[in-house]
Design a protein around this ligand. Structure first.
Ligand SMILES: [Fe+2]
Length: 174
């Protein structure tokens, strides 16, 4: 089996989300990579592998959203036609998990969906375009539990929309 490589991210100073939170969060991501690699060679491979693998991949999307700093959203992209207020409300779903935007290549459309723990509820055959981490470790040190809504707002303030549009363009072959 090939080993998964831990990715490095060039994350600028962010609005609201502290360097310390990102540093700790990256350590957590590194743990997912390590555990996914460990489970590849263990006999209980199947038992926890989806949790570690999806945790690794979802975090790679999440951190990539900050790289290069915030950019404006190109209004001619289908990404601009998403109801982002609805997405923000989705992100405030109670409990830990992920607010996700997927591209479904079969029906050729973008679909917003909440995913509880990452091994439960990822949409089959859909490709993640945007991943917003709503596990408490991603915001609670900077925002407290009551500041979840501001964290969501700041995530969008920090978002490199160009990278999201690029990801969508690549997978939808537009
Ligand atoms: Fe996380």
């Amino acid at each position: 089996m090939k080993k998964f490589e831990e990715r490095k991210f060039n994350i600028p100073k962010l609005v609201g989300i502290s360097e310390k939170t990102i540093e700790e969060h990256l350590k957590l991501y590194a743990g997912y990579v390590k555990n996914a690699n460990d489970l590849l060679v263990e006999s209980d491979y199947n038992r926890r592998f989806p949790f570690e693998f999806n945790g690794m991949r979802n975090h790679e999307i999440y951190f990539s959203h900050f790289e290069g700093g915030s950019t404006l959203l190109n209004t001619s992209s289908p990404i601009a036609h998403i109801d982002w207020e609805k997405f923000k409300a989705l992100a405030l779903t109670r409990g830990v998990g992920w607010a996700m935007l997927y591209y479904d290549p079969i029906s050729d459309q973008l679909i917003q969906s909440w995913v509880d723990e990452q091994h439960l509820g990822q949409l089959s055959q859909c490709i993640p375009i945007l991943a917003l981490d709503m596990w408490e470790h991603s915001f609670v040190a900077d925002y407290q539990p009551s500041g979840k809504k501001q964290y969501v707002e700041d995530f969008f303030a920090n978002l490199n929309w160009e990278s999201v549009v690029e990801r969508f363009d690549t997978v939808s072959k537009r």
